[in-house]
Write a protein that binds this ligand. Sequence first.
Ligand code: MGD
Ligand code: MGD
Ligand code: MO
Length: 699
Amino acid sequence: MQVREVPVSCNKDCGGGCPLWAKIIDGKLVSIRDNPHRAPYMHGCVRGYQAGRLLYAPDRLTQPLLRVGPRGSRAFTPIGWDEALDRIASSLGEVYHHYGPTAVMNMGGYGSGQGALHSTSSTCSRFLSLLGGYTYLSGSYSRGASNFAIPYVLGVGAPEGMDPGALVNSNFIILWGADFYVNRFGCEWEGRLRQARQRGVPILGIDPRRSTTIAKLGAEWLPILPGTDAALMQALLYVLMTEHLADEAFIAKYTTGYEALRASIHGQNGATPRTPEWAAPLTGVPADKITALARRYAQLKPTALLPGLSIQRTMGGEETLRLSIALQAVTGNIGLPGGSSGAHIWGKLPGPHLGRLPVPPPRQSASVPVLHWPDAVLGGRAAGFPCDIHAIYNVGSNFVVQGSDMHKSMRAFEKVELAVCHDWFLTPTARYCDIVLPATMPLEREDVVVTSTNMLLYSQQAVEPLQDTRDDYAIFCGLAERMGIGRAYTQDRTPAEWLACSLATSDVPDIAEFKRTGIYLGSDHNRSGLDDFRHDPIVYPLRTPSGKIELASEQYARTGYCAAPTARLLAPNPAYPLSLITPVSPYRTHSQGSNIAWIRKHEAGGLWINPQDAAQRGFQPGQLVEVFNPQGMMRIPCRITADIMPGVVCLLHGVWPEFDTQGIETAGSANILTTTEGTLPSHASRTHSIQVQVRHPEN
Ligand SMILES: Nc1nc2c(c(=O)[nH]1)N[C@H]1C(S)=C(S)[C@@H](COP(=O)(O)OP(=O)(O)OC[C@H]3O[C@@H](n4cnc5c(=O)[nH]c(N)nc54)[C@H](O)[C@@H]3O)O[C@H]1N2
Ligand SMILES: Nc1nc2c(c(=O)[nH]1)N[C@H]1C(S)=C(S)[C@@H](COP(=O)(O)OP(=O)(O)OC[C@H]3O[C@@H](n4cnc5c(=O)[nH]c(N)nc54)[C@H](O)[C@@H]3O)O[C@H]1N2
Ligand SMILES: [Mo]
C-alpha cells in the first residue's frame, strides 16, 4: 500500500482557493482536509473537502463526444481525440476564414480561473487571440454594476479591500447581503468573523434571509426586501445628517460632493426627503429600527461594513455600492484599521507577485456585455451589436444554466454554426455543443493558485488524469498545432517549464519549500485598504478628478443618472408580488455539482417561502407549487421556513434544469425566471430583483 499526502487547492472562483491537503492511497484520492501548514483562521469548505465526489462521479466525461442528435439533447457518440481535434480545427478555421475573428464568441473563463497555467480564461483566450482574435464578454455577472460605479467614487484601481485579519480592530460589523460562511470570498473570513463574535463584537446581518452566516454566528438579523438596500442606506444617511452624527472632519478632509449628497437625501426639487418613514414601506424595515441603527452606527467605531455582491446584482445596483461607500465616509470609517471602504472587500489589496500564462492582445476584437451574450448571438449587427456570432468556444462556463433568461440562452446556442465545449460533465450547456472535450480537474494537474488573500498556493497533482481526459492547456496545444500556431502557443515549453517560469518571476523565495507546504504567505494580513489615503490624502490621492472620495460625481452624471447616488427601485408589480432572490448553494460553486446525488441530498433545495405567504396560498410543506413570471415557469416543492422574510422567495441558483412534456421546468433552475434586461448604465445582471408569483399547480 502506497500512501501519499500532498498540498492541493480547489481553484474555484469564490476567492481563489483554500489551502487543502489530499491523502492518496495507491493512486486513489481518499480524503481532503485542511492543509496543516495553513495560518490560523484559514480553512476550506465542503466543496473542497468533497471534491472527490466530482472527481470520481460516475457521469464524469472520459472521452471526446460528437453530437449526433438535436442541440440540447443528450445524443452524443464518443470519438477519438484525433478526430475531435481535426474536426474542431477544420470547422473553426472555416469560421475564421469566412467571417473573421469577431464571429467567434470567447465564452467562459470561470470555473478554474485562478491557476498560473491551468486557467480556463487564459488558456482559451491565448489560443483564440493567436488565431486572430475573438468577441469577448465584457463586464461581469459577479459585480458588473459595482465595477462600473465604484471608480466614480474612489477612482480607478483604489485599494478598496481589506484583509479579514483587520477585523480584529472592528467594533461593529455589518454583513450587508454577505453570507461569508457560504460565499467564502477566500479561506479566512469565516474564522475571523467567529473570532470577532467571541470578542463580543456586535454583528448585524442585513439580508432577506437568515443566512447561514447569521444563523451560525448567532448574529442579529435585520430582514430587508431584496433590491431596496439603497433606500435603507439613504435613510441611514438622513438620520446621520439630521441628528448631526456625521463625521464632519472626515468629510471635509477626504470627500467632495457632500452638499450635493445632502441635498439629494433631503429631497431636492420637490422630491420626498429620504426619511426612515419614507424607507420603511419600501424596504420592509421599520422606521424606528432605521433610526436606532443609524445612531448605533455613528457610535461604534471602527465599523466594518462588509457588502456582499448580491446587493448590486439588482435593479439600480450601481447606486447601492456608491451609497455604501458614502455611509462609510460619512461615519468616518474609511481607511481606519478595522473600518472598511464600503466597496468590494476582496481582491484589491496587493498580493504576492506571480507570472501567469500570458494572453497576447487580439489583433481584432469586439465586445458584448456578458449579460447580453444571447441577445448578441440572436440579434447580431442588425440589433446594434458590433459583431455577428457564428461560433461559440466555451471553456469554464455553463451559461445555459447560469446566464439570465435560460430560454433565450438555449435559442442562442441553437443558432450558431459551431459550438465547442471543454468540461468535466455533459452539462446542459455542453449538450448544446457540437463537440465536447473531457477536461481534467485541478486534482489531476499541478499548478500555482492565485487567491484573493495575501498568499499563493501550490497545488500538486494528487491523482493521474482519469482515462482519456486532458488538461485544457494540452487540448489547445493539440488544436494550435493543427491550426499552424503550435509553437506560438507553447513557446516550446512543457507545462512544467511554464510553471517553473511563473515561479522564477514570483516573489516566492524558496520554491522547494513552497511545493512541500503548498503555502506562501505575504507579510501583512491585517491591512485595511485606503489607510495610506487616510494617512495623507495629498501624498496618496485617489484617482478621481478631485483626488478625494466623490460622494457625488459630475462624471457619473454624464452617464445620464444623478450625480448623487439615489435609490432606483423596481416598481411593484401586483401580478408578480413576490421578490425572488437566487443566492449560491453552500455545496456547489454555481452549477458545479448539481449532477451529484450526494449534493442534491444535502442542500436545502426547493422554493423557500415564508409561512405567512405559504398560508395565504394554502401551501403545505413540501408540496409542489408553480413559480412563474413572463420569462418562464417552474413546478417544484416548496420549503416553508421562517428563515426568509414575508414577500420574498428564494431559489439556490445553479440547478441543472429538467423539463416536463409541457416544457415546464421541474428541477428549480432559477434562470428560467430571470431576464437579460439588466440594470443601467452598467448593463449588469440583476438576478436578485426578480418579480414572480407562486400558486397551486392546478390553478
Ligand atoms: N458556495 C459558493 N460560494 C461562492 C460562489 C458559489 O457559487 N458557491 N460563487 C462565487 C461568486 S462567482 C460570486 S460572484 C459570489 C457572489 O456573492 P454574493 O452575490 O454576495 O452572493 P449571494 O449568494 O448571491 O448572496 C449573498 C447573500 O445576500 C443575500 N441577498 C440577496 N439579495 C439581497 C438583497 O437584495 N439585499 C440584501 N441585503 N441581501 C441580499 C442572500 O440572501 C445571501 O445571504 O460568491 C462567490 N462564492
Ligand atoms: N440566477 C442567478 N444566476 C447567476 C448568478 C446568481 O447569483 N443568480 N450568479 C452569476 C455569477 S456571479 C457568476 S460568476 C456566473 C457563473 O457562471 P458559470 O461560470 O457558468 O458557472 P459554473 O456553474 O461554475 O460553470 C463553470 C463550468 O466550468 C466547468 N469547469 C470548471 N473548471 C474547469 C476546468 O478547469 N476546465 C474546464 N474545461 N471546465 C471547467 C464546470 O464543470 C462548469 O460546468 O453565474 C451567474 N449566474
Ligand atoms: Mo461571480
